[in-house]
Design a protein around this ligand. Sequence first.
Ligand SMILES: NC(=O)CC[C@H](N)C(=O)O
Length: 495
Amino acid sequence: METPNRRITRLKTTSPKRETIPDSNTFRHRPITKETTNFLKFKSPPPIRHQPLEFLSSIYTKETNKKTMEFALGVATHFPSCSKPQIINSPHVRFLSLKCHSISLSDNSSTGLAERPWKVADARLVLEDGSIWRAKSFGASGTQVGEVVFNTSLTGYQEILTDPSYAGQFVLMTNPHIGNTGVNFDDEESRQCFLAGLVIRSLSISTSNWRCTQTLGDYLAERNIMGIYDVDTRAITRRLRQDGSLIGVLSTDVSKTDEELINASRTWDIVGVDLISGVSCKAPYEWIDKTNSEWDFNFNGRNEETFRVVAYDFGIKQNILRRLASYGCKIEVVPSTWPASETLKMKPDGVLFSNGPGDPSAVPYAVETVKEIIGKVPVFGICMGHQLLGQALGGKTFKMKFGHHGGNHPVRNLRNGSVEISAQNHNYAVDPESLPEGAEVTHVNLNDGSCAGLAFSQLKLMSLQYHPEASPGPHDSDPVFGEFMQLMKQEKQKA
Ligand SMILES: NC(=O)CC[C@H](N)C(=O)O
């Protein structure tokens, strides 16, 4: 929470001229290493006299490491002689109780500020460009390495946290206020959080939502995921836009020097690593759940017919499965290493290649599987699945400068000319120039012109680089599931 004597940590860098921020996301610079200097500024507390929301008392429960705080809505006044504010006798005064984040008071000694009753900076995010960002930790503690990417979604942090495509990455939310709706079990996109950590500006002190079952901090701590707040996310985002995605190390470990952490960030890389095998299921299973009727949408154009679909789990988001089930599919989910021959033996009406984390050129075994399946049954690729299809056709993928992560990316559907606002999460893209004749670019990202969708009619193949299932995000692209049904229907009618 904000405190009167809040210590403001700013980072000053002697970085090169940063006059322009290039818009193009389709090439990658290596970051420029620069020495950085940290300095601290102290701000004196502003005088508080009257304020509408007044903090009354705080009860710290040692066993649960939690605080319960009481607030009054109305007008309260501070009198110098009173330790507690006096509530003006008003019919408008209301009392309410807010759940607050657990704040560890025991680990402040390392900073020399053990006597302070509020949380002080106890974590560092160091980037491979040598910059050091002091922050406050929540969730798990420890030391973690990963690639830092920024996500521009305004809502949906829980779906983002459980999207397996973020394995190996720190997600920095550009929306400054995170945690206000807590978490609930219905919004999970996978069985666990695979991301390296969460970086946010401000952690909401209260959780208020009718579906909320837990605070964000408790949720992350239970899943052993690190989070930091009170960090200048705008400055880091500008740096990532300028220099490209950077590897970072997040640490609450005071025994590690800045140099050690910087070295760790420079000796790890996400490129060339198979991250799919760590997130995929290990055995096939049947998926049954549809999108909950309360949340279901886009009933137009649904087939009554049922299609049998094999879904390759490269890190599949559950909403892809829910949407397919809502469109009338019976789905068998199979692991990333499931042989193509076994899939074809199952005689599916169609095969879905899912989203998944990391470098698509680091999983040649998956490309081989895709190659063996295309042309034999209708296929639909989403994100990683789209990149694998691109490679299976003989095309190449490349790493973008800082990728696309967010729920507000405009895409033009070249087949009907419409613009869809889409949910995206990828750092790699297919180079359309590398694709063979017959491959059609069906969608283009309007921010940078990159390839956002492919089709190859002869091979009954379609794919999107982004997330039509959204979750979180707009539903503009949902009809593409209907197009996949059409593709399967046409093929069934031929048989
Ligand atoms: N959402 C995804 O499937 C991500 C694809 C791939 N890992 C990328 O970053 O480009």
